[in-house]
Design a protein around this ligand. Structure first.
Ligand SMILES: [Fe+2]
Length: 198
């Protein structure tokens, strides 16, 4: 006797994916639906950060524009990794239409606050799925999410650092220009106490 699901059972659970690959361990329905939502969140974040890159570039904040552009690329890469996980698990991927963010921002600080809040929301989503995966005994997804949560923790800390620098500058354009130059030179990383990876 085996606990491996039959191909017929999997075909009912996920018809289009089952046409392509055999699936040794189907995802629990809540894990699957939230991974789909998480994928959408990452894509939306990439879209939103691209808009922020435009917002900064229009105002000649060169370094901030580059920071937002890099963040947009990184969110897109995160979405790709979630997609790969779903494909590897034999799941069909449903993509929803991205919605343009209609928020308006009146300061650099407001934009950095938006980025920080967004990173916190994405991390919360990953943690929620982690709990679901643990409950479902889906350790493959847990292991996958380990790296996702680690990356999110880094992204949150970096967003917090940039926002903190901007808050220090306050409304002083000269101070903001210094931060902008730091980001332009790729020197915007948060300070670290430990040296390297050791
Ligand atoms: Fe992300």
């Amino acid at each position: 006797m085996t606990t491996t699901p039959t191909t017929e059972a999997l075909a009912v659970a996920n018809p289009s994916a089952q046409l392509r690959r055999p699936v040794p361990r189907p995802l629990a329905p809540d894990v699957l639906s939230h991974l789909q939502l998480h994928l959408q969140m990452e894509l939306q974040a990439s879209y939103d950060y691209f808009r922020l890159a435009i917002w900064f570039a229009e105002r000649d904040w060169k370094g901030f524009a580059e920071f937002a552009r890099q963040e947009a690329l990184s969110e897109h890469q995160h979405a790709c990794k979630v997609a790969d996980h779903l494909i590897d698990r034999g799941q069909a991927i449903d993509l929803a239409t991205l919605q343009p963010n209609t928020s308006t921002w009146d300061s650099v600080e407001a934009v950095t606050q938006f980025i920080f809040d967004n990173e916190v929301a994405v991390t919360a989503s990953a943690q929620q799925i982690y709990s679901m995966a643990e409950r479902a005994g889906d350790y493959i997804t847990s292991v996958f999410l380990d790296s996702v949560i680690q990356q999110q923790t880094e992204a949150e800390a970096q967003a917090a650092h940039v926002m903190s620098r901007v808050r220090l500058a306050g409304e002083n354009p000269a101070a903001l220009l210094l931060i902008d130059q730091e980001l332009s030179r790729g020197e915007g990383n948060r300070p670290r106490v430990a040296d390297g990876d050791s």
